[in-house]
Ligand binder design. Structure first.
Ligand SMILES: [Cu+2]
Length: 388
């Protein structure tokens, strides 16, 4: 499926949601008219103030937990957030099809190591500070822990590959450092809409040269395959744009967020450029307006890698001599990128002390990989945040 189809689908989804919202908007308009027709200035001011307070304590002024860069803070307001994400992957896919280990070994005869399972855990500390009415800055240091289970295969001398016991590798440490500014380009109080631009970057603080024991030879240290590495290895630009619309007891958002390599790492490659288009709908569902559920749809397009790491793709070892990339598909830079559609279901809860809990479970409904790559099962995102 092409990126054009993904985009079209997303916009269709959003249009349907907006249409469903139009009746609610009519109600809201009626209420506003009543208030305005009342002619009581004091009442008007109080109501306006109350509505503003309500809006700030509303759980859905934060986007679903998987996203960031979708809200601002008022001047002198700060926010601290702890966010946890875990992405779970199983099996190898070729294009849209999952292959068995036997199919992998047959279709890619140089394969000696088959990645079976992987989890990518992220612990993030997100700090936001309002500078002016329309500019908020943020920084988000993160700690990553990547774990991969893989099965090495040995040639039995008769042209048959025999599976060896499954092995597990882990790589953990600080990741890259995203930071930037959110700039509200436009806000319309009558329509309760806003348009926010994200001027974001990430610094290459995550390690890409870490080594681990070769699954083929316990005496040998080799570099981690690309998905196990802790950073991009290069500066990334992360521009994004978000549109929010708030209704009386629901809201919708649309966000394009990118992650674009600004150069190549010292190791000689640049990771995928990623474009994410998200549309979401949040609905307050409790009397006290402290609970919201969220529905999200995401289209992702990821480019292939630029260049390659000679440690994985040129250095040969063993007999017959092969590169790590030839033996392990996860180490092959030609097997990167693709197009994906994900659905996310979440809840957000505002607590008495002004803090917020945000949780979302997302899963792919469409995965189309370039080459042989691990498929995603699900991603969870959970956060606690507090403004002060
Ligand atoms: Cu915030």
């Amino acid at each position: 499926m092409s990126i054009r189809c993904v985009t079209t689908l997303l916009f269709c989804c959003l249009t349907v949601t907006l249409h469903a919202e139009s009746s609610l908007m009519t109600n809201l308009q009626h209420r506003l008219d009543e208030i305005l027709a009342n002619g009581n200035v004091v009442l008007n001011t109080n109501t306006a103030q109350k509505e503003k307070e309500l809006k700030y304590s509303r759980p859905d002024t934060h986007a679903p937990a998987h996203l960031m860069g979708a809200h601002l803070h008022s001047p002198s307001e700060r926010m601290i957030e702890y966010k946890y994400m875990n992405m779970s992957m199983t099996g190898l896919f070729e294009g849209e099809t999952q292959l068995t280990n036997m199919e992998v070994l047959n279709n890619y005869p140089s394969t000696m190591v088959v990645p079976e399972r992987m989890s990518m855990e992220m612990h993030m500390l997100h700090y936001m500070a309002g500078l002016t009415d329309d500019i908020t800055v943020y920084i988000m240091p993160m700690w990553l822990s990547n774990t991969m289970e893989m099965t090495p295969y040995m040639d039995n001398g008769m042209g048959m590959k025999m599976p060896m016991p499954t092995q597990t590798r882990q790589n953990s440490g600080f990741g890259d450092l995203p930071f930037g500014a959110l700039w509200r380009l436009r806000s319309d109080d009558d329509q309760s809409t806003e348009l926010i631009m994200n001027i974001g970057f990430s610094a290459p603080t995550g390690d890409i040269d870490g080594k681990t024991t070769s699954p083929m030879n316990p005496m040998m240290q080799i570099e981690y395959p690309y998905p196990m590495r802790l950073g991009a290895g290069t500066w990334m630009a992360r521009p994004g744009i978000t549109w929010n619309k708030y209704n009386e007891d629901s809201s919708v958002g649309l966000q394009l967020q990118t992650n674009i390599a600004l150069g190549k790492s010292d190791a000689g490659y640049a990771p995928s450029d990623i474009y994410r288009l998200n549309g979401w709908y949040s609905k307050l569902f409790s009397e006290d307006r402290t609970w919201a559920y969220t529905l999200r749809m995401e289209g992702v397009w990821a480019s292939d890698f630029q260049g390659q790491d000679p440690q994985l793709e040129m250095m040969q070892m063993g007999d017959p001599p092969m590169t790590i990339a030839q033996m392990n598909p996860a180490a092959n830079g030609a097997f990167k990128g693709g197009q994906f559609i994900n659905f996310g279901y979440g809840v957000i809860k505002s607590l008495k002390d002004g803090s917020r809990l945000n949780f979302e479970l997302a899963h792919p409904v469409h995965q189309d990989f370039r080459g042989l790559q691990m498929g995603t099962d699900w991603t969870i995102s959970a956060s606690w945040s507090k403004s002060y």
